[in-house]
Ligand binder design. Structure first.
Ligand SMILES: Nc1ncnc2c1ncn2[C@@H]1O[C@H](COP(=O)(O)OP(=O)(O)OP(=O)(O)O)[C@@H](O)[C@H]1O
Length: 369
């Protein structure tokens, strides 16, 4: 049997309506689908349309045109309680209720089932406890929200969304305000929640690296509102990932799958020796300093990583000198500052010498820095 998408759109246009003028279209012709079992990360540069899409998909904002289906039914045909049983939303805004315990906040997620009285049945209580456990926050249950860290609050808010027992969990930047280990932890939790049968998770995120490593599928807006959907690796190979975010001085390295600041290129260095890890991190530092790396020794500068009685040594060699360094930092500093000055001084004295012999032109120096 064909699986029904949990969210699907046809020819959807999103944007902003205005009273006396044409609407602002943020993106159009969107035909996207969120399937059960998927973790989808929505990414794009600032102002590309992520929040507009999320707000439109959850019905907080009307679309300009087109259709949105939730679990096979038109979004507009749901009443609030029906929708809350299928879709739960975790927004970024910090929790402002301080006199609530974590379990009270999570219990609010049961409102589609408790009716207006809010009285929790045994099943509701079980679901609150299950949700806190599922996000690794059971020990926070009786803590006041005001006493929780941002990461802990985020877990509680996800547990609240989960307590709704939704098919679709939509989160707007759930990793904002968190440090790297907590971002990774939240993403791990969300990935495991997406594996629950019949459920999918959609989230917007600014951390591209984390999105690429976690998402089953990426939804990507570029700055022109063009929309792309696919496995992270497919989007990288198609080049859309890089072009969506590239800006002056920064470019996406397809091989490394990361953005790099493009420093002014200073030349090529032969890098030899060392174990694999030492080689990788030395290359990393040299590239960051603006050098291309090669492994033949046909360049003006060679750096050999050596073992000196258990200590790692970076031996610098060029036509004029040799130096030993016992940290990458010292070696890079020498390359970028110390040695450049000595080369410049060398060039000036060479130049003087040529001028003295009445030559007006300075021969092309074959150094690459
Ligand atoms: N109320 C509004 N009226 C008109 N245009 C708006 C309105 N709100 C946002 N926009 C515009 O819609 C576009 C998309 O904005 P949106 O907030 O969806 O981007 P985003 O990708 O979520 O950005 P960010 O990463 O900065 O949060 C932007 O050009 C923005 O200026």
């Amino acid at each position: 049997m064909k699986e029904v998408p949990l969210i699907s759109t046809s020819e959807l246009s999103i944007g902003y309506k205005h009273r006396n003028k044409e609407p602002t279209i943020v993106s159009k012709n969107l035909n996207l689908s969120l399937m059960p079992g998927e973790l989808v990360c929505l990414i794009g540069p600032n102002g590309a349309g992520k929040s507009t899409l999320i707000r439109t998909l959850i019905g907080m904002q009307s679309c300009i045109s087109g259709d949105i289906h939730l679990a096979g039914k038109l979004l507009n045909d749901f009443n609030a309680i029906e929708k809350a049983r299928v879709l739960s939303v975790v927004l970024t805004s910090q929790i402002s209720v301080s006199h609530f315990k974590a379990s009270d906040i999570v219990a609010l997620g049961r409102y589609p089932y408790t009716g207006w009285s809010g009285t929790l049945s045994e099943k509701d209580k079980e679901m609150v406890s299950y949700s806190l456990t599922a996000v690794g926050a059971s020990e926070l249950s009786s803590r006041y929200v005001s006493e929780l860290s941002d990461g802990e609050k985020q877990k509680v808010m996800i547990a609240r969304g989960l307590a709704q027992d939704p098919s679709v969990l939509v989160l707007d930047e759930p990793t904002a305000f968190l440090d790297l280990p907590h971002k990774i932890e939240i993403m791990r939790i969300l990935k495991s929640l997406s594996r629950h049968p019949g459920r999918a998770v959609l989230l917007s995120i600014h951390d591209l690296d984390i999105a690429m490593r976690t998402a089953d599928k990426i939804w990507l807006f570029n700055k022109h509102g063009d929309f792309y959907s696919g496995a992270p690796e497919d989007l990288i190979l198609k080049g859309v990932f890089g072009s969506a975010f590239e800006m002056g001085g920064v470019h996406f390295d397809k091989k490394k799958g990361t953005f790099i600041i493009s420093p002014e290129k200073k030349g090529t260095v032969s890098l030899i020796g060392g174990n694999n890890t030492e080689f990788i991190w030395t290359s990393h530092a040299l590239e960051r300093a603006g050098y291309n790396i090669c492994t033949d020794t046909n360049t003006d500068i060679t750096i050999e990583i050596q073992d000196r009685k258990g200590d790692t040594c970076w031996q610098y060699m060029d036509n004029t000198c040799e130096h030993d360094f016992f940290s990458i930092g010292d070696m890079i500093q020498f390359l970028c500052k110390g040695h450049k000055n000595s080369v410049d001084q060398q060039r000036s004295s060479d130049e003087l010498m040529y001028l003295e012999f009445g030559k007006r032109t300075f021969p092309e120096v074959q150094r690459t820095w």
